[in-house]
Design a protein around this ligand. Structure first.
Ligand SMILES: *Cc1c(COP(=O)(O)O)cnc(C)c1O
Length: 217
C-alpha cells in the first residue's frame, strides 16, 4: 500500500500487458482524506489527484496548488449544471459527462471562457438505476452529440457494479471507445486497477490503496 507500491504495480501491469511504460496516468483519489495524508503524497512528488465533489475540492486545492506547482485535479464524481462553471475553473479534466444538458452547459461555458477541461463521457456499463452515466445503448449517439458541440472529448469512464466481475465492464467500455475512435479510458480503482490496465486503461483512479481507508465519521 502507498504511492510507491501502487506506481510499481501499475508499471508491472503495463509491462505484463505489453504496453509502454508510463502509458497509464495514476489519479490519486483524495476525497475525504485528511489533509496531512494528501500533503504527504504531494511531498512524495505526485501531482495528479481526483475529487468527486466540487465543493470539497474548492476548499482544499487552491491552497495546495499555490504550494505545489504543477498540480492537476480531475473531477471524477457527478456534476450538476449549476456547478459547471466552478468545475471548469478548478479541474483540468471532468470524467462525469453523462447527459445532454450538462454537455450543452459545458459547451456554452467553454465558448465564454475560451478553454475547457478534457472531458470523459461516463458510461453506466452495469445499467444500474442508481448510478450516473449514459446507458451503453445510448453511448454512440451521446458521444457524437458531445463532439458536435466542439468539446474536447478525451475518452470514456466507468464504475463497474460492486458485485460483478470488473473486467467485463472494462472490456465493454474499451469496445465502445474503440468503435468511436476514442483513446482515453478512465477505469480501475484500488481493487481492480491492474485488470483495468490489462484492458487498456489510460487513467486509473486509486484512492484507499494510496491514502488508506476513508473515514466518513
Ligand atoms: C472514490 C472513487 C474512486 C477511488 O476508490 P478507491 O476504491 O478508494 O480506490 C475511484 N473512482 C471514483 C469515481 C470514486 O468516486
Amino acid at each position: 500500500m502507498g504511492l510507491t507500491d501502487i506506481k510499481a504495480r501499475i508499471a508491472k501491469a503495463e509491462t505484463d500487458a505489453g504496453r509502454a511504460p508510463g502509458s497509464v496516468s495514476l489519479i490519486a483519489v483524495s476525497k475525504v482524506q485528511p489533509l496531512d495524508r494528501v500533503e504527504a503524497v504531494l511531498e512524495e512528488g505526485h501531482r495528479l489527484f481526483g475529487e468527486n465533489k466540487v465543493q470539497e475540492a474548492a476548499g482544499k486545492w487552491p491552497a495546495f496548488k499555490e504550494r505545489f506547482p504543477g498540480v492537476d485535479v480531475h473531477l471524477i464524481g457527478p456534476l450538476q449544471s449549476n456547478k459547471a462553471r466552478q468545475a471548469m475553473e478548478l479541474f483540468s479534466a471532468i470524467h462525469s459527462v453523462d447527459r445532454p444538458k450538462l454537455a450543452t452547459t459545458l459547451a456554452r461555458l467553454a465558448q465564454e471562457l475560451g478553454r475547457c477541461p478534457e472531458l470523459f463521457v461516463q458510461v453506466n456499463t452495469g445499467e444500474e438505476p442508481q448510478k450516473a452515466g449514459i446507458l451503453p445503448a445510448d453511448a454512440d449517439a451521446f458521444i457524437a452529440e458531445v463532439r458536435g458541440l466542439d468539446l474536447p472529448l478525451a475518452g470514456l469512464m466507468c464504475i463497474p457494479p460492486v458485485e460483478e466481475t470488473p473486467s467485463l465492464h472494462f472490456a465493454l467500455l474499451a469496445k465502445i471507445a474503440a468503435r468511436n475512435g476514442l483513446e482515453g479510458l478512465s477505469m480501475g480503482m484500488s481493487s481492480d486497477f491492474e485488470e483495468a490496465v490489462a484492458l487498456g486503461a489510460t487513467h486509473v483512479r486509486v484512492g484507499s490503496a494510496i491514502f488508506g481507508e476513508r473515514s466518513y465519521g
